[in-house]
Design a binder for this molecule. Structure first.
Ligand code: FAD
Length: 410
């Protein structure tokens, strides 16, 4: 007798809805549990590159994503008082090898598209979370925070860098957390800078202040990233501590960053975290698998986290749709390991570009920026990024909306 395989996905951002779409398409019975009350809107711009664009196309979402493409016009570095040091114009001039992504859109717009694509094929439960997981050989017994209980053949953790599923099935985050030496604070400010589809960067040694103008939106995204020792959890949660830490990092930043620090004092929508990666020896244990940031966060420095989440969701679902679960999990890891490794490795190169650690590195970076157009034309600037973004062979897509139920995992 064939029975439908029940899959529980934790997290409804990028990887979760993408996995829900592809697993449902393979005939699995999918439930997604998300701790927020709804799919989170808004958010900073994220990128889709290389094979991730192909996955989005296979979902039939390419036109919708293209319609939301920000088409960033340039990246400009400014000095202490906001005067332009150098500017790299955007892809329109350079074709696909420009300094920004193949496709770039606000995170909330991508997650809304992925949710819409999957919502009729999966059950979504908002405002809940997995409280306990127990693997009993044939299935995973799940108790939710709400008290509800359920048995699933497979649980997929797509719940981000601080994954709850990973903690419950693989142990504490500390074992997998690779700290990249910096903290960051994200918030928004009104666009009183007159910016339009562009990025402006200002640096002090070991500190970056970036302003993103994502299209015609009335607000700008600010990202402050600065070198720190690994903060304690309590320090990360303490907003006034973080504001003081940012002020210390930009103490000699000049009037341009002072203006942002003043805005930080007023900001209500702060998002604070460490710049970190997740590195794990395996992404599955029994009937639990991890995808996206939960499995292998590359950090925002790589610019590849969203692509990894989309591609990971697709590869896991395609492997599960094509072979027995044991082989599928091995196939998932085998296909993705090198891709993930290369994309995580981008973070250190990008750190040198985005957050030069010393005055000398900063001078060198600014020289590089002045040569930007030349480097882009030569393909040197983004060769590693392009290679990494395409470093996986996608399996064939699962059969189109199979009526046949998925296999039960024994
Ligand atoms: C400031 C910043 C800038 C970034 N810039 C870029 C960029 O330019 N390009 C790029 O590609 N990537 C960027 N990223 C990274 C990108 O956002 C992530 O890599 C991507 O969102 C990962 O998707 P995910 O679905 O794996 O996890 P997430 O997007 O982190 O989603 C996790 C989901 O799980 C939910 N969740 C958490 N805990 C639970 C729980 N206990 N139960 C149920 N649900 C839970 C969360 O609410 C969330 O909806 C950036 C990240 C940050 C923070």
């Amino acid at each position: 007798m064939t029975m439908t395989t029940r899959v529980l996905i934790s997290g409804a951002s990028v990887g979760g809805p993408a996995a829900a779409y592809w697993l449902a398409r393979s005939g699995f019975d999918v439930t997604v549990v998300e701790k927020a009350e709804a799919v989170r809107g808004g958010g900073y711009p994220i990128d889709l590159r290389g094979v991730a664009v192909e996955v989005v196309a296979r979902m039939g979402l390419l036109d919708a994503v293209r319609a939301r493409h920000i088409a960033t016009r340039r990246v400009t570095a400014v000095n202490r008082s906001g005067r332009r040091i150098a500017s790299i114009p955007a892809p329109a001039e350079f074709g696909p090898s420009g300094p920004t992504a193949d496709l770039e859109l606000p995170r909330g717009e991508l997650t809304a598209l992925l949710f819409e694509a999957s919502r009729d094929h999966a059950e979504y439960v908002f405002g809940d979370s997995i409280a306990a997981l127990q693997q009993d050989g044939a299935a995973v017994q799940v108790t939710f925070e709400s008290g509800r209980q359920g048995a699933y053949d497979l649980v997929v953790g797509a719940d981000g860098v601080h994954s709850n599923t990973r903690r419950l099935a693989f142990g504490p985050e500390e074992a997998y957390h690779r700290y990249l030496g910096h903290s960051f604070i994200g918030f928004s400010v009104p666009n009183t800078y007159g910016l339009d589809r562009e990025v402006v960067l200002a640096n002090s040694p070991g500190a970056l202040a970036a302003l993103y103008a994502a299209g015609s939106r009335p607000d700008l995204h600010v990202l402050l990233a600065f070198r720190t020792r690994l903060p304690e959890r309590a320090e990360l949660a303490d907003r006034s501590y973080q504001r003081r830490a940012a002020r210390a990092a930009f103490a000699r930043g000049g009037s341009w960053t002072d203006r942002l620090l003043d805005a930080l004092d007023e900001a209500e929508d702060l998002y604070v975290d460490t710049v970190s990666q997740i590195v794990m020896p395996t992404w599955h244990r029994g009937h639990v698998a991890l995808i996206g940031d939960a499995a292998a966060a590359p950090s925002f420095l790589s610019g590849e986290g969203t692509s990894l989440a989309i591609v990971g969701a697709y590869v896991l679902a395609a492997e599960l749709g094509a072979s027995d679960p044991g082989s599928a999990m091995l196939g998932y890891e085998r296909r993705l390991r090198d891709y993930v490794r290369r994309n995580q490795a981008l973070a250190s190169t990008s750190r040198r570009f985005l957050i030069p650690a010393t005055r000398a590195e900063l001078v060198l970076r600014d020289c590089g920026l002045r040569l930007g157009p030349l480097l882009i034309r030569s393909g040197l600037l983004d060769r590693a990024l392009r290679t990494a973004a395409n470093a996986v062979e996608l399996p064939d897509p699962p059969a189109r909306w199979s009526q046949q139920a998925g296999r039960r995992i024994e």
